[in-house]
Ligand binder design. Structure first.
Ligand code: HAM
Length: 420
């Protein structure tokens, strides 16, 4: 009886080299750019008590209602694989009594039970940054800039930035009832989902893809038209700060973020390279979230960027033909000792290298090793033969060009640094 092959769960992916290395490079860029803006990394659990998300991300958001991996553990605790990072960060900041203001970032896996498609996975990576305890529009603008800089770092220079303000506790209720009145007169045009949205969170109707709903909201009142003076002033500062930087953005009054905790500024980055799931990332201000967690009133804003979508939007970088790797090649068992010591010395000098030990068991040892080096995509072979050892040199064979040069043993590390 043959064993059945296993496959990965739907909506997950295996990253094998070189894709795994590209992904780590994106994560390294994420940490580096976040560090430049003064964010320090926070690491929180990948699962939390369900309440952390139900109470904050929203009782009306699809992420919470439809997409959470929610389960009971063996002691009947109600847990959730985190669908996003912000609520867990707020919980952790309060639980650990972190001093505010604080700038925190995270890079890690998140889970949403959606319908998988290009750019939409059930396990995906996010870079998130949260500016906690910062109140002004200058911060919001700096966060928008952060995303643009991160994308630029990876060669993504064609993303669009959408921006709006959805108001605050003062102005949103008035706007909400105005919108509900407007949509109530057009109920016959709304899809069943939007009829529910009308009750729970009418702004989500702006996000519906159904044509009749789109027509129904085309001329609906927009939140930006009803901002209170304080929100209007805040938004003016955001725009002024972005304009001062020369950052190009579009005001989009129909921009609806999928989570419930936002207030005032919200924004999103779009890429034309992504297809239907075209949002590279997004964020906004969430001035009331700390209070919802029982903490003191704390202004805050942040954003998150999808790592898989970022990689889809990146310009293709041609894979280098050869890796930064040397194979130390020996002639016979007599030189293996020396080869092993040389490999240790090279590694200590920062040169990645390998030895083909399995050549010991074959007759044509030299050929076996060079073939193995080539198959691994190594950049060169460092040949340790009796003749080389007698003269205090190594022969270095470039596996790209096939050229072979002799290098004095005492400068081998410097030489390999310059050619690999
Ligand atoms: P979000 O818009 O839900 O915001 O997610 C941010 C980004 O994560 C999306 O734009 C997308 O690139 C990526 N993403 C989301 N779901 C998936 C998925 N199923 N597959 C692949 N990528 C996905 C948040 O998560 C907020 N916590 C952002 C934030 C931080 N707001 C304030 N601070």
């Amino acid at each position: 009886m043959s064993a059945a092959k296993q496959s990965r769960p739907k909506g997950t992916q295996d990253l094998v080299p070189p894709e795994s290395e590209r992904r780590r490079a994106v994560e390294a860029a994420a940490r580096s750019v976040a560090g430049r803006f003064g964010f320090r990394e926070i690491i929180t659990p990948t699962f939390e008590h369900a309440d952390v998300f139900v109470k904050s991300s929203g009782e009306t958001s699809d992420v919470v209602l439809k997409e959470m991996y929610r389960f009971k553990d063996r002691a009947d605790r109600d847990l959730v694989l985190r669908p996003e990072g912000t609520p867990g960060v707020v919980r952790a900041v309060l639980e650990n009594n972190l001093a505010l203001p604080a700038r925190l970032c995270y890079v890690g896996p998140f889970f949403r039970y959606g319908r998988p498609q290009k750019g939409r996975l059930r396990e995906f990576g996010q870079l998130g940054v949260e500016a906690l305890g910062e109140a002004t529009g200058w911060t919001d603008a700096e966060l928008v800039t952060f995303g643009v800089e991160f994308f630029a770092e990876l060669g993504i220079t064609d993303c669009r930035v959408l921006l709006t303000s959805i108001g605050c506790r003062e102005c949103r209720p008035g706007y909400r009832s105005q919108l509900v009145d407007y949509l109530a007169g057009r109920k016959d045009q709304l899809c069943p989902d939007c009829l529910v949205r009308l009750e729970r969170n009418p702004m989500r109707v702006f996000d519906c893809k159904v044509e009749t709903c789109r027509v129904a909201v085309a001329d609906a009142p927009k939140p930006r038209g009803r901002l209170c003076p304080a929100c209007a002033e805040h938004f003016a500062v955001v725009r002024q700060a972005l304009d001062a930087r020369g950052l190009v953005y579009e005001i989009d009054d129909r921009l609806v973020r999928g989570l419930d905790y936002y207030s005032r500024t919200t924004f999103e980055y779009l890429s034309a390279r992504l297809g239907a799931q075209d949002s590279l990332g997004g964020g906004g201000r969430y001035d009331y979230l700390f209070e919802e967690f029982g903490g003191p009133a704390t202004p805050a804003a942040g954003l998150a960027i999808g790592l898989e979508r970022t990689m889809l939007a990146m310009p293709g970088t041609p894979e280098p033909a050869r890796r930064r790797l040397a194979f130390v090649v020996w002639f016979s068992a007599a030189e293996l000792d020396h080869a092993v010591k040389l490999a240790d010395r090279l590694r200590a000098g920062g040169i990645p290298c390998r030895i083909d030990f399995d050549a010991l068991g074959v007759e044509k040892k030299f050929k076996h090793q060079v073939k193995a080096a080539d198959a691994q995509g190594a950049g060169c072979c460092v040949i340790v033969g009796p003749d080389e050892l007698a003269r205090g040199v190594y022969s270095v064979k470039d596996l790209g060009s096939g050229e072979q040069t002799e290098v004095p043993a005492n400068i081998i590390i410097e030489h390999l640094r310059s050619v690999l």
